[in-house]
Write a protein that binds this ligand. Structure first.
Ligand SMILES: Cc1cc2nc3c(=O)[nH]c(=O)nc-3n(C[C@H](O)[C@H](O)[C@H](O)COP(=O)(O)O)c2cc1C
Length: 201
């Protein structure tokens, strides 16, 4: 039928619809300090006008461990990635790399990521704030079809940034998160415009 009813239209991609930018907490570790960082990033993202977000815990994505890739998609996670305009990953550095479960989860989608923006927040106990995990993750994100931005957040000495109850001790991280959000939101807008208006060559 050529005539659609008004309520049939998907309004999520309309130019003025809010951007959807979920935050992914990328480690399942018991006692993870990255959770505090992810909650703060989620809070700052939620505070942005014109942006909807959601905090996705990699622990909560039900995935088989005896297979890999798109054949083990979790429908809910895939639908969230399909709907999103961008992603923020909050990722601790484990032996200079990323947590295996995060990679396992990311690998379950492909088309869903294409021409969407991504920003990364690295977390480490040491002084360089997960810089190595960010560098190692960038080629993976590019291969998935995501568009990386040039601002990261480095949560260095994470035990000094939040106390044991998750209270923020070092407010300087807020400015860095906001800077990442400025760039990510701009890139997400640009890419939405491109997806909606510029046909692939
Ligand atoms: C398996 C493992 C490997 C780690 N490797 C590194 C590392 O390479 N560099 C680093 O700065 N911290 C490393 N850490 C410490 C983490 O940076 C620290 O646990 C920090 O709190 C962030 O991770 P979390 O969210 O799991 O707490 C490692 C921790 C674990 C559990």
């Amino acid at each position: 039928m050529l005539v659609s009813r008004l309520w049939d239209f998907d309004t999520s991609n309309m130019p003025d619809a809010p951007l959807f930018i979920p935050v992914i907490l990328g480690t399942p570790r018991q006692g993870r300090k990255s959770e505090n960082a992810a909650r703060l990033v989620f809070e700052r993202t939620s505070a942005r006008a014109g942006v909807e977000t959601e905090l996705i815990d990699v622990r909560d994505i039900p995935l088989r461990l005896d297979d890999a890739g798109e054949q083990i998609k979790d429908p809910k996670f895939s639908a969230t990635v399909q709907r999103c305009d961008g992603l923020i990953l909050v990722v601790p550095e484990y032996n200079h790399g990323y947590p295996g479960l995060l990679k396992h989860a990311l690998d379950t989608n492909l088309e869903e990521y294409i021409h969407k923006a991504v920003g990364v927040c690295g977390v480490s106990a040491g002084p360089i704030g997960g810089a190595r995990v960010i560098e190692n993750l960038l080629p993976v994100l590019r291969e998935l079809g995501l568009v990386t931005i040039f601002n990261d957040v480095n949560f260095s000495h994470i035990r000094d940034v939040f106390d044991d109850n998750g209270k923020l001790l070092d407010e300087t991280v807020i400015g860095r998160i906001d800077k990442l959000l400025n760039e990510l939101i701009w890139m997400a807008r640009v890419l939405r415009h491109g997806r909606n208006s510029i046909p692939p060559v």
